[in-house]
Design a protein around this ligand. Structure first.
Ligand SMILES: *Cc1c(COP(=O)(O)O)cnc(C)c1O
Length: 391
């Protein structure tokens, strides 16, 4: 079956007693058992079934099951935010004395998780340029526990070569972990490109319309202990399992993901092309533009679409603020891949607490505006941008 059909017509993990067509929402905490023996079997994992909603819930299970069927992952685990998915994944692979090989081009909280939170527990960070394979090769050492990256970095829009990084990780027998938030997991198979563990914020494309927070971990089964650590240890002890109401909304989101995404990606390309002709915009960055340096690699890795994140550079920070203040239709908000088009000035917001030196190291410039393109008519968005630039 094709992915669009799987997304809609995958049967529930267990048939609904009333025959509900849309996924039933279970908000309860505990589940009753027929007898003591069944109770013992479920609690000790000899039999499948929910016992307590901190670690298992039928609505969340249905979402995990559909994502598993769509991705071909061996195990899927749903968390209460993208950051919960990322932090639990890194907790599962790291330990005191180990180091994470990654880049400075990371989502702000992920960078801070690695360089601050985990550092306090004795986990090191080796920050390198992941597009420079020699640098990565020499950064990896006997204490490295993974190579971690974002498939398209935010807001730099840089793309690394996954197959080449996977070859380096394989040599050391460590997992390649990729945050795929910026391109929906249904568009490509990162596992075929050598990714061992995929994480993404389902707050973004999956929820659609920015309805709910969530994060998913797709474990392709190449590191057998990983699932045991996630499901047998961290899920219980950290307690960051996805909320059932979010799982309900995100299952509905998953059903329309492909239709929404195709439209958002084509809108983004249309807008990126249109932005080029507008006076006052010094640079337009979008990996779907043919002269973007990552265009070929992105096509090879992610297929014909290029996501819905576009950045523009204006003359100065003041010009950016003035532009943002003059928008009438595009919303001043963070989040990515909402149904609405959103604009933000990353340097003063998401990255607002980093020093100027850190911002320079991360290539986050105060002349950059990030646009997350929505489902509106793209001509209306271009018209709003033109008027905000005084044209
Ligand atoms: C938003 C985002 C996250 C964090 O996700 P939350 O659901 O907000 O916790 C992680 N990585 C990337 C690339 C993101 O865009």
């Amino acid at each position: 079956m094709n992915k669009q059909t799987i997304a809609i017509d995958t049967p529930f993990v267990r048939p609904d007693v009333y025959g509900s067509l849309s996924v039933p929402l279970y908000t309860n905490v505990s589940f009753e058992f027929a007898d003591a023996a069944q109770m013992a079997d479920v609690f000790t994992g000899r039999k499948k079934g929910p016992d307590y909603a901190r670690v298992e819930n039928p609505t969340v299970n249905n979402l995990e099951h559909r994502v598993q069927r769509l991705s071909g992952a061996a195990h899927v685990s749903a968390f209460n935010s993208g950051m919960a998915a990322i932090s639990n994944t890194l907790l599962a692979v790291s330990a005191q004395g180990k180091n994470i090989v990654t880049s400075r081009h990371l989502f702000g909280n992920t960078l801070s998780l690695i360089t601050t939170t985990l550092r306090n527990f004795g986990v090191g960070a080796k920050l390198c340029d992941l597009t420079d394979l020699d640098e990565v090769e020499s950064a990896v050492d006997d204490d490295s526990c993974c190579i971690y990256l974002e498939i398209v970095t935010n807001p730099q829009l840089e793309v690394a070569d996954l197959q080449a990084l996977s070859a380096i990780a394989r040599k050391r027998n460590i997992p390649l972990i990729a945050d795929s938030t910026v391109i929906p997991f249904t568009e490509t198979s990162l596992h075929e490109l050598g990714v061992d563990i995929e994480v993404f914020s389902s707050t973004k494309y999956l929820s659609g319309g920015g309805t709910s927070l969530g994060g998913l971990v797709l474990d392709y089964g190449t590191f057998p202990d990983f699932n045991q650590r996630i499901k047998g240890d961290l899920l219980f002890n950290i307690g960051a399992y996805m909320n059932p109401y979010s799982a309900y909304q995100q299952t509905l989101g998953l059903e329309t993901l492909n239709v929404r995404y195709q439209r958002q990606a084509s809108n983004a390309l249309h807008i990126a092309r249109g932005l080029r002709g507008i006076k006052g915009i010094e640079r337009v960055t979008y990996i779907g533009l043919e002269d973007n340096p990552f265009y070929e690699l992105a096509r090879r890795q992610f297929g014909p679409t290029s996501g819905a994140m576009v950045t523009i550079d204006l003359a100065s920070k003041e010009a950016c603020f003035k532009f943002i203040n003059s928008l009438n239709l595009v919303h001043r908000a963070t989040n990515l891949f909402d149904n609405r088009t959103l604009a933000i000035h990353p340097a003063s917001t998401i990255f607002g607490n980093f020093t100027e030196q850190q911002l320079a190291d991360m290539d986050v410039h105060d002349t950059t505006i990030r646009l997350s393109v929505g489902l509106e008519d793209p001509e209306d968005i271009l018209a709003d941008i033109r008027q905000a630039l005084g044209q």
